[in-house]
Design a protein around this ligand. Structure first.
Ligand code: GUN
Length: 298
């Protein structure tokens, strides 16, 4: 799903995500005929405004895909023990095939302990250590949504990624590391760069594929990009636009990079919409696995 621009091709994540969601909706309709409805439970602790928006969008798109959505909103003062009791209840609920605990959690809760208490076959975020390990050895498991959406867009745009040089800027557990593992599975030559990398512009300039996932607004500049390279911008940064409003920018200086890259994802409308589409994909996949069913071809 791409549109030509005078400069580079803009990879339209919004259109691609809509296509993925409609395929999933068709699969859900098929599996419902076998008496199974995929169910996704989302747990929100506290009232972080950005998290509230994400959770609302997840619930809406889950229902639009024909799945069951279970939303659990807990007070910010909820104890770790109470949160884990809820996770345990969801682990044992056969109508729930995916569990997502929205991050960040309040400071008094140990995120790692909570995430690892989720049944790893319902861990649709792919954050459980078992799924992290499975991905690192290339075994079948659950892949984190943002890297999965990014690799889907890359393959849709470039086809075979074998032998390409890929640079991932950022080494987070949520994006950078799983992204590198997925690129390696696609036979790319992968470099993980980060804040201590020497000559970062030169490292990026050697890449056929640049994944920007550092969380710093517009850090990756146009003259860091090899002409014709494909740029995937995972960043979502809210900048004050001076008139009391905010605007969203990525980790890439879009104006600069889009005059050099062969193809680039915009922010908003690039990787962002693919994340929820992949959450629905993971929920559908796990619903089939948990019920011993084939994923319907739809
Ligand atoms: N907070 C921001 N992004 C995510 C995500 O992908 N998963 C979860 N669980 N929390 C988030």
């Amino acid at each position: 799903m791409t549109t030509e621009n005078v400069m580079s091709t803009v990879i339209d994540g919004k259109a691609f995500a809509a296509k993925v969601r409609s395929r999933i909706a068709a699969q859900v309709a098929e599996i419902k005929k076998q008496g199974v409805t995929p169910g996704l439970a989302v747990v929100l602790v506290g009232e972080d405004p950005a998290s509230q928006v994400y959770v609302r969008n997840k619930g809406k798109q889950t229902i639009e895909a024909g799945m069951q959505s279970f939303e659990h909103k807990l007070d910010a003062s909820t104890s770790q023990a109470d949160l884990m009791a809820l996770v345990d209840q969801l682990n044992n609920d056969d109508s729930v095939h995916g569990i997502l605990v929205q991050l960040p959690l309040p400071d008094h809760i140990d995120e790692e302990v909570v995430l690892n208490s989720i049944n790893f076959d319902k861990d649709v975020d792919g954050f459980h250590l078992t799924n992290v390990g499975r991905l690192s050895i290339g075994a079948e498991g659950i892949v984190p949504c943002t890297p999965l959406g990014s690799i889907m867009m890359l393959k849709d745009h470039l086809g075979d990624l074998s032998g390409l040089n890929a640079v991932v800027v950022g080494r987070s557990n949520i994006v950078g590391k799983p992204m590198a593992a997925l690129l390696l599975q696609e036979n790319c030559t992968v470099t993980i760069a980060h804040s201590r990398t020497k000559d970062l512009p030169e490292v990026c300039k050697a890449a056929d594929i640049v994944i920007a996932a550092v969380g710093r607004p517009e850090m990756v500049k146009g003259d860091w990009i090899k002409p014709g390279a494909t740029v995937i911008d995972v960043g979502i940064n809210r900048l004050d636009s001076g008139d009391g409003k905010t605007r969203l920018v990525g980790d890439v200086d879009y104006a600069g990079a889009s005059s050099v890259a062969g193809a680039i994802t915009p922010v908003p409308g690039g990787v962002g919409p693919m994340t929820i589409a992949c959450l629905l994909h993971n929920t559908m996949q796990q619903c089939c696995r948990l019920n011993g069913l084939e994923i319907p071809q739809a």
